[in-house]
Ligand binder design. Structure first.
Ligand code: ATP
Ligand code: MG
Length: 359
């Protein structure tokens, strides 16, 4: 009887979503314990957030949902808010994080919508930063379809030394991907806690060494991977990739709102597939409307980091295991990615420099 009641309480908890996210608090692993005695349900929650308002919303949601379960007379919610990652001014230096002691800046590459070129931008941005003299790592955190191994032409499994996985090294970038660690029989649909554990492993159990930048290629949308990253490491910020069409821009806005909600600074917007440069005549055709990324950045008050032209050579580069900034280092794309890489580096540096206080 009490098991059945507890089961119904858990079911009710699964209807409570974290504000702004599509997943519920159970699948995120926020519910630590449920105890029922004499019609009183005690629910212990544990989460880390900068946003006390979101935590309050979760508390109210839990009280309401569990309170509506037949047989439950009262609900007591015990809320354990973990010390959140450092506030924006300090968060650029991730050393305190423990999980990744040698990494200075973790930069997430994200989008609200799939297929806009996140992985392409993440790969070329990482290599371009390395070409500019920085020490860089690239973490493929896409749980649904890791693409970094293909983009870098890697088809072997990583070596393990002692307890740690050694990252691959290509074109001056250290690489690790969920694709390397996923077993063939892994279920396609991952529950929140599994995503969390896998990502933790990719961050903490990989011998990244000392890095200035770790670029994280995220799956599209606003799911577990995004939330895990924001909870587990202090992010320097997120680069939002968009294409110029309006619909993609609306989704970019969603991604942006999500990061803002969890207090991750948005480094800026990159517009991908901006215009097609004809290889024979050199003329630019605006396949999609141009300038949307810049306009969105203006409207939303965040930096515009640059635009990347639409070019089949970029697809070929990705498929052949050589990012375009490697295969055509003097081409227009390499130049576009240089501007983006410099804008990202400048924006991260600006945010991590402590403000001088004049008294
Ligand atoms: N500027 C570009 N010009 C031409 N093709 C591009 C450009 N950017 C990306 N592509 C191509 O578009 C496809 C999708 O790109 P990519 O995989 O990087 O997107 P994504 O946002 O990471 O996708 P997903 O949401 O599935 O992770 C790939 O085939 C890629 O080669
Ligand atoms: Mg991708």
């Amino acid at each position: 009887m009490s098991d059945e009641l507890e089961g119904r309480v858990w079911e009710a908890l699964k209807t409570v979503r974290y504000p702004g996210m599509s997943r519920d608090v159970v699948s995120f692993g926020f519910v630590r314990r449920v105890e029922i005695a004499g019609g009183v349900a005690r629910v212990a929650l544990e989460m880390s957030t900068h946003n006390p308002q979101a935590a309050e919303e979760v508390r109210r949601g839990v009280e309401q949902a569990v309170g509506a379960v037949g047989g439950i007379g009262a609900v007591e919610v015990e809320m354990n808010l973990q010390r959140p990652a450092a506030p924006p001014a300090q968060r650029a230096v991730a050393r305190d994080a423990g999980l990744i002691p040698g990494i200075e800046h973790v930069v997430a590459v994200a989008s609200g919508k799939g297929g806009v070129g996140k992985s392409t931008v993440a790969a070329n941005l990482a290599v371009r930063l390395a070409q500019l003299g920085h020490t860089v790592g690239l973490l493929d955190a896409d749980i649904y379809g890791p693409s970094i191994p293909t983009m870098f032409g890697i088809d072997e499994r990583p070596r393990v030394e002692g307890e740690r996985m050694l990252p691959f090294s290509r074109f001056g970038v250290k690489l690790m991907s969920l694709g390397f660690v996923l077993e063939m029989d892994t279920p396609v649909i991952w529950r929140g806690p599994m995503v969390m554990r896998a990502l933790e492993q990719l961050l903490g159990d990989v011998d990244w060494g000392k890095l200035e930048y770790l670029i994280a290629d995220l799956p599209p949308g606003t799911g577990d991977a995004q939330l895990t990253l924001t909870q587990k490491v202090p992010l320097a910020g997120a680069v939002i990739v968009t294409t110029p069409q309006d619909v993609a821009l609306i989704d970019a806005r969603k991604g942006l709102a999500m990061f803002r909600k969890v207090n991750v600074p948005v480094i800026g917007i990159v517009e991908n597939m901006s215009g097609f440069v004809c290889p024979s005549c050199g003329e630019t055709t605006e396949v999609f409307k141009r300038g949307g990324g810049r306009r969105t950045a203006e409207v939303l008050g965040c930096p515009f980091l640059g635009s990347i032209p639409l070019d089949p050579a970029i697809v070929a580069g990705g498929d052949a295991g050589e990012p375009i900034v490697v295969s055509q280092p003097d081409g227009p794309h390499a130049e576009a990615f240089r501007r983006v890489a410099e804008a990202v580096a400048a924006e991260v540096a600006r945010r991590s420099t402590p403000q001088l206080k004049i008294v």
